[in-house]
Design a binder for this molecule. Sequence first.
Ligand code: F6R
Length: 604
Amino acid sequence: MCGIVGVLGNHEVAPLLVEALKRLEYRGYDSAGIATVNNGRLDRRRAVGKLVNLSDLLVHDPLAGKSGIGHTRWATHGAATTVNAHPHRSGHVAVVHNGIIENFRELRAAVEAAGLTPESETDTETVALTVRMLMDQGASPVEAARETLKRLHGAFALCFLFNGEDDLMVAARKGSPLAIGHGDGEMFVGSDAIALAPMTDRITYLEEGDWAVITRRGAMIYDEAGRLANRAETRIQIDATRIEKAGYKHFMAKEVAEQPVVIADALKHYVKGGALNLPEGLDFSTVDRLSMVACGTASYATAVAKYWFEQLAHLPCDVDIASEFRYREPPLSTKGWAMFVSQSGETADTLAALRHAKEQVAKVVAVVNVPTSSIARESDLALPILAGVEVGVASTKAFTCQLTVLFLMALKAGLDRGRLTPAQVADHLSALNTLPGLMNHAMGLSAEIAGIAEKLAEAQDILFLGRGPMFPLAMEGALKLKEISYIHAEGYASGELKHGPIALIDNRVPVIVLAPRDALFEKTVSNMQEVMARHGKVLLISDAQGVAEAGKGCWKTVTLPAVAPILAPILYSVPAQLLAYHTAIAKGTDVDQPRNLAKSVTVE
Ligand code: F6R
């Protein structure tokens, strides 16, 4: 996690650094800081908490200079205090870091032995101290940085700035992404291209182990062995308007509302003339097993997709949380595919799982929102979900776009494996085409859901129930609610309730039942009755027929339009997201930047 930025510019750099950090704040917001070199003099400002605190500090205590680095922090080593905030400085060097230096204790012992004393509890400061120690021994800034990099174990993206050097930065990447931006007589460094978007669209991505010596004239990039490396410069298209709130109070509200449009965009991209138009190479006919791996919300998308791949394509499917997959050492089939689903494409656990699986399967497929991300670049085939930039920490439109793309892939698998005819696929695609309109309709229930959320905000515990593919959605609904409202919530398979969790039920526990009128409806209703018999407060979310048949006796009901049952997880995501959103509003929590979280989780 953490976001880093560096600028060798032609104008005052502090405002540019703060603007770039604003775009990186999704990576963490425990503290922020910048350092600049002004007439050769290195100086820094740091503030605890959101970026706005650093901006305020800079108003009262400005920092001049045309060269600078900046950082927004998600705390790993050491609490969110000013002294632990980046940039870390020692002697003539300042450094910003994203990742974890695993051997920092060893490094710390070495610098202490050399008579240097750390001020902070961070792993990062040992990097600055090591560079300083080497410079004190006579190394040049570049030599000291290079030698330090050789000594580091762990994951890092780093950017160094040096006292006395107005035209020099050293940047390095190992395990954490880093982009170099090219300007006109200016150079930039950023954790991602989005951070650099207002300054340049000309980007070079560093590869694993790369390090670069950057001046205003350009970047010399070296590989891990120290050989000059030729890394391509690409032009990145980032629609800056999509990074604004566009009149919405929160990014989350905007991103929930965007779903009909982005899903329609994804369908336009992947369906042509009423038939599937998925990338070449996506041929499931010889695949004997699909292993899907992801984290958090993306893992719930894979859990829904498992039902689809099994039902539509009869394809054996495993789903795994990335952090478990890797160390569980699952036997993989050489004829199988491994699929990695990630909004950011940078999640450290998912990336590590991908690298673990790579040599063991026939193909590695990525489903990502950021097509230039590490996960996309390291896969054999990457399908973008086309959700547009997602800023709110709680994933919403990326989830439903992931589901849409995974559903299309399941249809393709059904076709390739002879389980679906083209006519059946066309029927599913027609149903899919109705989704944007149905989601718009669901969005119209926002005010009604806000009224229910006022009551939910008083609860201490909330359960979500669902059956079949609605079970993972129940878990996603619970995750959304807990991460932004801080109310404890759990998602269960309806049929599992009586095997333990029903002990929690009393008249203070709202139970949210996600139950479209599908083949499993009667069974779900029976489980709902078991809750009501124990005075549980049931909120039934169903269609008109479902509410008419089973709504009696419920605490509340929400009526959605009828939808093809197989697509219900996509439509029912909307009320689940709106419930979480409005409950958070009722509780007054920070919707877009909930405590302790970050959007891109680049540490394991
Ligand atoms: C929850 C949420 C997280 C992410 C998870 C994976 O709302 O956003 O659970 O889904 O951290 O992130 P990506 O999809 O970027 O790999």
